[in-house]
Design a protein around this ligand. Structure first.
Ligand SMILES: Nc1ncnc2c1ncn2[C@@H]1O[C@H](COP(=O)(O)OP(=O)(O)OP(=O)(O)O)[C@@H](O)[C@H]1O
Length: 258
């Protein structure tokens, strides 16, 4: 068993009378493929926001590689290797994938102030960018403005931008959401091929993706951890099936992959 790389200890988040995170103690091992699932309103987004530092917990702590990061800003956490996927904003939409990735790679390498020099001046940056374009199946569209890319390719670029920062822990929030069926294969394949030494925490409603990807699943219900375990244990768990009653996807996914 590898060491935990990311942990929460008795995390609690209250919004007025609502407890959106109830005493959650999560442990993500180095290199894990860890999925967080739960019905709508289970508290997945609230938990991720406390991991990234967007939300401060009411009580409890977040620990990255043994270091308490509960009080650190989102940027400081990225610097320590806790990275979530970017939403491509207006600025990035006007850049090409090559330019956007060069910006991300340069910022990791501490060269951001030199980014606006013509590309190619830093051979190391160019090599990193080329590798990411290949890895994320973006090479053919590398020099088109991002806003012209098919939706699935934009989602791939979002993951590539996060990977460009060389995370220790990568938080993937619904990478396949809204992606048309024809483009989903690319997402599944690239997510499956993420570097083995990076721990990946996936939030996803698509149970086929969850069960094809995860080696460990934590189930949240009403802000609390209902259970966790290997995918086959989760798929066979009567409590989990009860929570998903009426949602046959988990039964189907467990039967297919579990
Ligand atoms: N800023 C907020 N203020 C008040 N209540 C909130 C806030 N954010 C979330 N909540 C509440 O906390 C609970 C958990 O919400 P959260 O969005 O974390 O769930 P989720 O599992 O991500 O749901 P979904 O799968 O629908 O995105 C819900 O009851 C929600 O209404």
């Amino acid at each position: 068993m590898s060491q935990p790389v990311l942990q929460t200890h008795a995390l609690v988040k209250r919004f007025g009378g609502i407890t959106a995170t109830q005493n959650v103690s999560l442990s993500v091992r180095a290199g894990a493929r860890h999925a967080l699932i739960g019905p709508n309103g289970a508290g997945k987004t609230t938990l991720i926001n406390q991991l990234t530092g967007v939300l401060a917990p009411t009580s409890g702590s977040v620990v990255l590689e043994g270091r308490d990061i509960t009080a650190l800003s989102p940027n400081a956490r990225v610097g320590l290797g806790l990275v979530r996927t970017f939403q491509i904003n207006q600025l990035f939409a006007s850049l090409t994938p090559t330019q956007a990735l060069a910006l991300a790679v340069s910022s990791r390498r501490g060269l951001a102030h030199r980014f606006w020099r013509p590309l190619g001046q830093s051979a190391e940056v160019a090599a990193d960018v080329e590798g990411l374009l290949q890895q994320f199946r973006l090479a053919e569209l590398a020099d088109r403005p991002t806003r012209e890319l098919p939706y699935g390719k934009r989602r791939l670029l979002e993951i590539a931008l996060a990977v460009a920062l060389k995370p220790r822990v990568l938080l993937l929030d619904e990478p396949a959401a809204g992606v048309p069926a024809a483009e989903r294969g690319d997402i599944l394949a690239t997510v499956a091929a993420l570097p083995a030494d990076v721990a990946v925490v996936l939030i996803e409603h698509d149970m086929d993706l969850v069960f094809s990807f995860a080696d460990h699943i934590t189930v949240l219900v009403n802000g609390a951890m209902l259970t966790e375990g290997a995918p086959d244990e989760i798929a066979a768990d009567p409590l989990v099936r009860e929570v998903y009653l009426g949602d046959t996807s988990i039964v189907h996914a467990g039967g297919t992959h579990g």
